[in-house]
Design a protein. Structure first.
Length: 460
């Protein structure tokens, strides 16, 4: 789909001692309490924990889409080297009393800055597709919007490639795919013929499992000789080079013609991606409204909207919760495939540890707004250290017969959380220090850290 991104050891997101509180009529809800976390380039980081532990809040904070009553009390979220939430943190420090209206004014400025990043560098799949999608717009338009504003150059390149390609080109491409598949020879041919815009169009057809090989070949052969007006061609070539939409204030009619070409191409690209996710008749689905689709289809629409631009980081908040097992497997397979092919980075939020075991490189366990354990997938599943993680593992049903143990007690009221370790009231190994002082993350193995006094610090 795209060329591999360069491997970089620096984290794409770095979170340092993040404290986020919600100011409500019933009190101050301490949602995040000193989160320290790195999301490394090219990895899938799984985040697990009970409902209400702060997983979704953490994802939304990274995206900068927090409500006006959310205060950044302390800490940083550095996205690609930029601390976007700095104005909110500085306001809280200097304000004598937190005011949501003042915070809202600052959030508008943060959103202006984050809009340059959202959809292109980072994106998010939200938990409830019906609340994410606009019921008054077709799903194709909602997917296309992300492409139209963030990646018009790709759309122009795709449209121009179909105009430049000849019948001989498409015949040669089919021959190469049959002989060698989507290898270097295939990409080199497209590059030599100046039709690189055909790459993702051809790949999306070639990978569709529900189509017969003859149908695929015919669809690829049809990707050529598509006429285009000389006026539109000139503007599309300009957009292809700059990846920016020109201002058509003095030429409104020309602007409508060019934008129509770009938007039509965005619909085509949207349909191709939906086909990869297993949606039948994607060319028809893009012109449908959310209420006309099933819950699983709507979830895949939301996933497509987030992934369509191949962003550097995709935050997936329970992306498979509304899907059946077969489609769930396809989504997990797609995550693995994109990670390998373009070195994408994912933050996969889920309460289902079995799902995280399929895709994650590292897993972070959250409890009451804190990371209590983080490490490689194998270490978390084979050698869990924190008492909470151990109890979560014991609560997972397996094929082998074993007693499922519920975790006793309840999650603490975050308006009045415990002074020391958040898990102290439910922990069978609690010590006096656990009640008085909150533990930091202690190293217990290779890239494996746990916030528990059983493994470091004072034990008095």
């Amino acid at each position: 789909m795209m060329e591999n991104r360069k491997h970089d050891s620096s984290p794409i997101v770095k979170i340092e001692n993040l404290h986020l509180h919600y100011y409500t009529r019933r009190g101050v809800y301490k949602a995040l309490n000193g989160v320290n976390l790195e999301i490394r380039r090219g990895e899938v980081l799984g985040v697990a924990g009970e409902s209400g532990c702060g997983k979704s809040t953490l994802g939304r904070a990274i995206m900068g889409i927090i409500p006006r009553n959310a205060a950044i009390v302390e800490g940083k979220i550095i996205v690609d080297g930029v601390d976007y939430l700095k104005p909110l943190r500085e306001y809280f420090k200097r304000a004598k009393k937190f005011k949501p209206t003042k915070n809202q004014d600052l959030l508008k400025k943060v959103n202006e800055e984050m809009s340059k990043v959202r959809g292109q560098k980072i994106s998010m799949v939200f938990q409830e597709p019906m609340t994410t999608l606009n019921p008054l717009l077709t799903v194709g338009y909602q997917i296309s919007e992300a492409l139209f504003y963030h990646n018009p150059g790709l759309l122009a390149s795709r449209r121009l490639a179909r105009a430049r390609a000849t019948k001989e080109d498409t015949k040669n491409i089919v021959k190469i795919l049959k002989e060698e598949g989507e290898g270097e020879r295939f990409r080199q041919y497209l590059k030599n013929r100046n039709i690189m815009g055909l790459e993702d169009q051809i790949i999306s057809i070639w990978r569709r499992r529900e189509l017969h090989d003859l149908k695929k070949e015919q669809m690829i052969l049809d990707l050529c000789c598509e006429p285009i007006s000389s006026m539109a061609r000139g503007y599309l070539e300009q957009i292809e080079k700059t990846n920016l939409l020109p201002k058509f204030s003095k030429l409104p009619i020309v602007g409508r013609i060019v934008k129509r070409e770009i938007l039509k191409e965005a619909y085509k690209k949207s349909a191709e991606f939906l086909g990869l996710l297993g949606i039948p008749d994607p060319d028809k689905v893009v012109y449908m409204y959310p209420h006309e689709l099933s819950g699983g289809q709507r979830q895949r629409i939301v996933i497509t909207t987030a992934m369509i631009n191949n962003p550097n980081l995709v935050i997936l908040d329970e992306p498979t919760s509304a899907l059946d097992v077969t489609i769930q497997a396809q989504i997990l397979e797609l995550v693995k495939e994109l990670k390998e092919k373009i070195n994408s980075t994912y933050m996969f939020i889920s309460h289902d540890l079995s799902v995280l075991s399929e895709v994650s490189d590292r897993i972070a366990i959250m409890y009451a707004g804190q990371i209590v354990e983080i490490g490689p997938r194998s270490a978390i599943f084979n050698s869990p250290k924190h008492p909470y993680t151990q109890m979560l593992m014991e609560a997972i049903p397996t094929i082998e017969a074993h007693e499922l143990k519920a975790i006793k007690g309840e999650v603490p009221d975050m308006r009045n959380p415990p002074k020391g370790c958040m898990f102290y009231p439910r922990c069978p190994y609690a010590m006096p220090i656990c009640k008085e002082k909150r533990p930091q993350l202690f190293k217990v193995g290779e890239d494996h850290y746990v916030a528990c006094y059983l493994y470091g610090g004072e034990k008095k």
